[in-house]
Design a protein around this ligand. Structure first.
Ligand code: FAD
Length: 493
């Protein structure tokens, strides 16, 4: 099918996840006539939802980081400021080979700000804390050089392997589904190595980042947007400097879509883009039923798909396709189990990779985490979500359960062990398996540099931006802040 020339003031957005929807909103607000093309039938991408045993639940992202006010500000603009809620206090636990422990307070990716904090010492043992505290004596150059690029290399060099195995691996596995030995530290903890150079030790760099997060949370609380640290006055536990939305993160997607409709944006679900070409006056994309042209193009899909779509039009990025993210399987159980009212593992539990007998890598006790969900579920009913699948280093982990029934059986077994409450199939009112294939961008060592090169080449092509978790860094806070910046630059040119 032929296409008409690109009309000035028009824009195409490929991908209807958070980065695509937000791009469309920013472009429409800047006066552009926008069309969004989304391959799937639902909007929001990884911010999805599903119904299990009559409860509408988040099927992907269920919270956002409060280290910056990026998401809270967007929510406020969309009229959702009053819906922002902190998780219930108590924080998460970690399952170690020698048993469960409360996850210590303070930390970035589980890296402690104070190795002698009593909770940290309980988790590491005295020798582990002693080794970790050597960090303060080592020259700042250790771990800050170009040779150290993975999270594991940095942590091992500064604080030793106990911190790596008992704190960082479980947290990183839970958040990124990846081995810290493979993850680019500059991608998953931006600014941490710069902080090390500036403050002289990794612990001090972590503390500085946590203080900034605390300040952002306090500012949000002042604006009527509660965050856990601001409410309790205590530093947050690792992985708990987050907030959610009453009703689930899906209400953010619903609000964005409603705003796009109000702004007159054309929304085309079920429209997978198969090719992109540069034209004299802009860009043309091919989808199954038609081609579409516009002056501006935003590509808001995962990294491998973005490079595949763009490499003909932007030859400088050919061969730079990033690795696909790990496949994550989430098993949700709705349980009739009043024993769980006591929240035996707080908001959930992360599993250290060497833990025998457990196949899940993390369990979220969703009704133990969010008051609104506990109220919706009703007395004695509980929602737990277990995640499976992890990319590991040289010694690839056994694949783990794959089929739905296998995953269900594992989830019931793992939930019993991790929550220390006997759970059987009879307690299960409903369950579901959701598969996220390659959805968590795999920030392999060297990824930051590659993503920067790709961006530079795309910017040089003119009228083009690439956005999304694979370039911004995983997580809604990073994606929202980065998308706004990129669209700001695109519309300013
Ligand atoms: C299971 C899971 C749990 C998570 N939990 C959290 C959390 O609690 N907190 C947090 O902050 N972050 C979380 N994240 C990360 C967060 O959800 C993502 O960083 C963010 O949603 C990514 O948004 P995006 O727009 O970059 O990509 P996506 O959400 O992946 O959107 C990309 C969209 O592009 C579409 N697409 C792909 N190819 C094409 C094509 N050729 N044509 C048209 N459309 C196409 C896809 O269908 C998809 O809808 C989680 C992620 C996952 C997978």
């Amino acid at each position: 099918m032929g296409s008409s020339p690109a009309v000035p003031g028009t824009a195409l957005v490929v991908g209807g996840g958070i980065s695509g929807l937000l791009s469309a909103r920013e472009l429409a607000a800047a006066g552009h006539q926008v069309t969004v093309l989304e391959a799937g039938t639902a909007w929001g991408g990884c911010v999805g939802s599903h119904v299990v045993a009559g409860l509408t639940l988040d099927s992907g992202a269920e919270s956002f980081a409060t280290r910056s006010d990026a998401v809270a500000r967007l929510c406020a603009e969309l009229g959702l400021g009053g819906k922002i809620v902190p998780p219930r206090p108590g924080g998460a636990w970690v399952q170690l080979p020698d048993g469960p422990r409360e996850l210590p307070r303070t930390g970035v990716l589980g890296i402690p700000a104070n190795p002698w904090d009593p909770e940290v010492r309980r988790t590491l043992g005295t020798l582990g804390s002693l080794r970790a505290s050597l960090d303060r004596l080592l020259p700042a150059s250790v771990g800050a050089g170009a040779g150290v690029t993975s999270v594991a290399a940095l942590v091992r060099a500064r604080m030793g392997s106990r911190v790596l195995e008992r704190l960082v691996s479980p947290v990183v596995g839970g958040v990124h589904s990846a081995d810290p030995g493979l993850l680019d530290v500059d991608m998953v903890a931006p600014g941490l190595r710069a902080g090390l150079r500036k403050h002289g030790s990794l612990a001090a760099a972590v503390l500085a980042q946590r203080r900034r997060a605390g300040t952002a949370a306090a500012q949000q609380a002042q604006q009527g947007q509660p965050a856990q640290q601001a409410q309790t006055g205590k530093p947050a536990k690792a992985g708990s400097a987050v907030a959610g939305l009453e009703g689930g993160m899906r209400i953010l997607v619903d609000a964005l879509v409603a705003e796009l409709q109000r702004l007159g944006v054309t929304l085309l679900p079920g429209t997978a883009v198969t090719a992109v070409a540069r034209t004299q006056d802009g860009w043309r994309v091919e989808a199954a039923a038609a081609s579409h042209s516009a002056a501006l193009l935003v590509v808001a899909v995962d990294g491998p798909a973005a490079v595949e779509l763009l490499e003909d039009a932007v030859p400088a990025i050919a061969g730079k396709k990033p690795a696909s993210g790990p496949d994550v399987k989430l098993v949700t159980l709705v349980l009739d189990k009043p024993d769980l009212d006591a929240r035996p593992r707080g908001t959930g539990i992360l599993v250290a990779p060497q833990t025998p007998g457990i196949q899940a890598k993390a369990l979220t006790h969703a009704t133990g985490k969010w008051d609104w969900l506990a109220a919706a579920a009703g007395p004695g009913r509980h929602v737990v979500r277990l995640s499976y699948g992890r990319v590991d280093g040289a010694s690839a982990q056994p694949a783990g359960p794959e089929a739905d029934e296998e995953l269900f059986a594992s989830a019931v077994r793992d939930a019993s062990a991790l929550l220390s409450v006997r759970i059987t199939g009879e307690d299960v009112e409903g369950w579901d398996v959701v598969r996220w294939r390659g959805a968590l961008p795999f920030a392999a060592v060297g990824h930051r540099e590659r993503a920067t090169e790709i961006r530079r080449a795309c910017a040089a092509a003119g009228g083009l931006a690439v956005v999304g978790g694979w370039v911004a860094g995983n997580g809604l806070a990073a994606v929202v802040a980065d998308t706004r910046e990129q669209i700001g630059q695109l519309t300013a040119t």
